[in-house]
Design a binder for this molecule. Structure first.
Ligand SMILES: *Cc1c(COP(=O)(O)O)cnc(C)c1O
Length: 372
């Protein structure tokens, strides 16, 4: 069935007890045993499994075309679980514009575990190949990337990873399965910050890992999830499930708005550069046209006058909210260099825009007046 249909039906049958079409929320932490001590109804304790969490995992696994999924209490907990499947001495190759949270995770936690990470420009196959070693277990990628909205060739990365006996993990948060399905391009693992588009309303913190096969990695992830215990609450899973139903139409509308805004910004004389793969002269345009169904709803742009110019423009906005995060209904703008700190790849004049569901004409008018 089509993605739109699966977003509404996968993992969601009417409640057998009441016929409720919308799933009930199951806050119960514990479930009754049968008279013989078994658990014929499939649940025993919520850390191991919960009806709302199972529904979310089934739905997102179906949308990605995966075999199984494990949900976590944040995107970072999901990413950490992928790194925890590795062992000391293992090597990871990751992008030089790695999401800053993952860079901090590596520096603050995994360096002490002896996990080696090499960062390279993932748009350069020669660099990626050169970074792979016999100890490389994982190639990490994010496409489009944060905050420069760079696009990497997922199929090419999958080939390089597999030639070296490593797995490819794609952080698909920015693209969503509506625009990009990494398993069809050869990826082994997909992670999401469900905090963003999957839930879609800036009211849940959660993450998920989806695997292409029910393999040893999947078993380890499930152990890390249920024994490590960084699980999302039933209510949070229910909220994400509610959001997932409108994911395809939200993302498509947001992409259409982003395309119009990117054009308007590219024509504005206060803007030095626009990073959006939907623009024909963007370096990622060709790969994105092949690999994605649309160009996404995230864009970045550099304002004349560096940091001061960017801060002045952001400060003058009246409709677009100055806040971190992305993927919700409200358009959000952010000066990335100041939130990412000294090791940022973001130019000082860069503003990152998450295009929400407001009318694009209103968003463009707000940007034009703020840019002056
Ligand atoms: C937000 C984000 C994360 C982290 O997710 P949290 O839910 O904030 O823990 C990871 N990767 C990308 C691409 C993100 O945008």
């Amino acid at each position: 069935m089509h993605l739109e249909t699966r977003a509404i039906h996968a993992g969601q049958e009417p409640d057998p007890a009441t016929g409720a079409i919308t799933a009930p929320i199951h806050p119960s932490t514990t479930f009754e045993r049968d008279a013989d001590g078994g658990f014929s109804r499939g649940f025993q304790y919520t850390r191991y499994g919960n009806p709302n969490r199972n529904a979310f995992e089934k739905c997102v696994s179906s949308l990605e075309g995966g075999a199984g999924a494990a949900a976590f209490g944040s995107g970072m907990a999901a990413i950490m679980s992928v790194l925890q499947t590795l062992q000391p001495g293992d090597h990871v190759v990751a992008p030089d514009d790695l999401y800053f949270g993952v860079r901090h995770l590596q520096q603050k936690l995994f360096r002490r575990w002896g996990l080696q990470i090499t960062t390279v420009d993932l748009t350069r196959p020669d660099q990626v190949r050169a970074a792979m070693t016999p100890a490389t277990r994982l190639l990490w990628s994010e496409s489009p990337s944060n905050p420069l909205v760079k696009v990497c060739d997922v199929q090419m990365l999958a080939d390089i990873a597999h030639e070296s006996g490593a797995q490819l993990c794609v952080d698909n948060t920015w693209a969503t399965p509506v625009l990009q399905r990494p398993f069809e391009l050869g990826a082994d693992l997909v992670v999401h910050s469900a905090t963003k588009y999957l839930s879609g309303h800036s009211d849940v913190l959660a993450g998920v890992v989806v695997t292409h096969r029910l393999d040893e990695t999947f078993e380890r992830l499930v152990d890390i999830q249920s024994e490590g215990g960084a699980v999302p609450s039933p209510f949070d899973c229910w909220l994400i499930q509610r959001g997932l139903q409108t994911l395809p139409c939200r993302v498509r509308t947001q992409c259409a708005g982003a395309a119009q805004i990117a054009q308007a910004l590219a024509a504005n004389r206060q803007v030095e550069a626009v990073f959006y793969p939907g623009l024909a002269d963007d370096p990622g345009h060709e790969i994105a046209s092949r690999q994605m169904a649309d160009y996404g709803a995230m864009l970045s742009f550099c304002v004349r006058g560096g940091e001061a110019g960017a801060m002045r423009a952001a400060g003058g906005l009246e409709l677009i909210r100055r806040a971190t995060s992305l993927g919700g209904t409200h358009s959000l703008i952010e000066h990335r260099a100041s939130i990412e700190g000294p090791d940022t790849m973001a130019p000082p004049g860069l503003l990152r825009l998450s295009v929400g569901l407001e009318h694009p004409d209103d968003l463009i008018a707000d940007l034009q007046q703020a840019l002056g």
